[in-house]
Design a protein around this ligand. Structure first.
Ligand SMILES: Nc1ncnc2c1ncn2[C@@H]1O[C@H](COP(=O)(O)OP(=O)(O)OP(=O)(O)O)[C@@H](O)[C@H]1O
Ligand SMILES: [Mg+2]
Length: 372
């Protein structure tokens, strides 16, 4: 029998699992809050927080637990696994995924290439690192950052001091600013027992340290793409990931370095819904249910552009966007409009990357700007 899958979280990643579950007839139960993106459209929701009480209530209803975000009580996940519940990915994998310092410790030991780094407890340590490796530096909160919140580029000690003050002296991950020629993400699906499929790397384009576009194929050298592929597989094995894994990578010419990883479906993989033989959401659920994985094969050039809250609620502009770009796939997550918030995305496929990119960007412009 196919297991009943419990998903911790009810945001857009959870919501994008629903069409797959409906098609394959998989039974999903979400641990979510009443206002979350899945709550409005799916009957099987356990209301609660991802804490001990919430996780235990979810566990009573399901055969296997997975997550759509990493901010989960890992001690309880460990305890549930000890009591015989399948937890995929494991608490140990999530423990690495939630912490950019742990990622560097564990994956450095596994031979994954990365920029020099240190964990600095004060301004002197940051200064010493800058003196050794050169400014500018990048300072990061080891945990809890997203969409560039918790990442600061600093040119000198004065700028670093402002960040140290802002975080009240908490320890910061320090890296040199890499001379980027691009960024990649490589998606990997891995099943219990180790069956693995690796998607061809995609290019990610960040604006103000927040992902704006994802492009397939990436505009990087064949050598860089091949290296990204190898790193993806190596990371998945090193942390024993189950389900989807997204590894974000810095590219500098042919050199490819680790940025960070997420042990779940990820924004970089949204275009797999329309532009791969098997979407990341499908392969996540297949892996978690221990079903055979689907082919990751790309279906040709594609571009995904995020819909970030602009001057207008995108729902007001939906009809205009659909009329303006009838070939693109518009995804709106049902979230309340707020400026700067990720509210949806648009994916366009073919015939070439340039045209896909322009169509997706145009649709997003219409969705985020008031009618003139
Ligand atoms: N050492 C570095 N050198 C150059 N650019 C960097 C460096 N570290 C981070 N960046 C830039 O900042 C972006 C965000 O960094 P990171 O991925 O660590 O942040 P995040 O907030 O956790 O990300 P996400 O938006 O994926 O949640 C990177 O994609 C990259 O563009
Ligand atoms: Mg990132």
């Amino acid at each position: 029998m196919t297991p009943i899958i419990g998903v911790v979280g009810g945001g857009q990643l959870a919501r994008m699992m629903l069409p797959v579950a409906a098609r394959l007839g998989l039974r999903l139960v979400f641990l979510a809050r009443p206002g979350d993106a899945v709550a409005a459209v799916w009957p099987d929701v356990v209301e609660g927080e991802p804490d001990a009480a919430g996780l235990r209530r979810l566990a009573e209803r399901v055969d296997v637990i997975t997550v759509e975000h990493e901010l989960v009580d890992l001690d309880t996940l460990r305890a549930l696994a000890g009591e015989g519940l399948a937890v995929r990915p494991s608490a140990d994998t999530l423990d690495v995924a939630v912490d950019k310092v742990r990622q560097r410790e564990v994956l450095g030991a596994a031979g994954v290439p990365m920029a020099p780094w240190t964990l600095a407890g004060d301004l002197d340590a940051i200064g010493a690192f800058g003196a050794e490796h050169g400014w500018p530096l990048v300072l990061k909160r080891p945990r809890g950052g997203y969409d560039g919140r918790g990442v600061w580029m600093v040119d000198d000690a004065a700028a670093a001091r402002a960040v140290v003050d802002e975080v009240d002296g908490a320890a910061l991950l320090v890296e040199p600013q890499v001379a980027l020629t691009g960024e990649l993400a490589v998606l990997v699906a891995r099943r219990p027992g180790g069956e693995t499929v690796v998607y061809d790397p995609v290019e990610t384009v960040q604006v103000d340290a927040m992902c704006r576009e994802v492009l397939q194929p990436p505009r990087v050298s064949a050598v860089a793409a091949e290296r990204a592929h190898d790193i993806g597989r190596r990371v998945a094995d090193a942390i024993d990931s189950i389900g989807m894994l997204s590894v974000e990578l810095f590219v500098s010419g042919d050199e490819v370095l680790l940025n960070e990883l997420a042990a779940r479906p990820h924004n970089a993989g949204h275009l797999t819904i329309e532009a791969a033989a098997t979407s990341q959401f499908e392969n996540h659920l297949r892996a978690v249910a221990d079903l055979p994985l689907g082919a990751p094969t790309a279906r040709g050039p594609a571009a995904m552009v995020n819909v970030v809250g602009g001057d207008v609620d995108p729902y007001e502009r939906l009809a205009d966007a659909l009329a303006a770009e009838p070939d693109v796939a518009v995804h709106l997550y049902g979230k309340d409009y707020r400026r700067g918030r990720k509210l949806g995305h648009v994916t366009a496929t073919g015939p070439d990357l340039d045209r896909a990119r322009h169509a997706a960007l145009h649709a997003v412009d219409v969705l985020t700007m008031p009618a003139s």
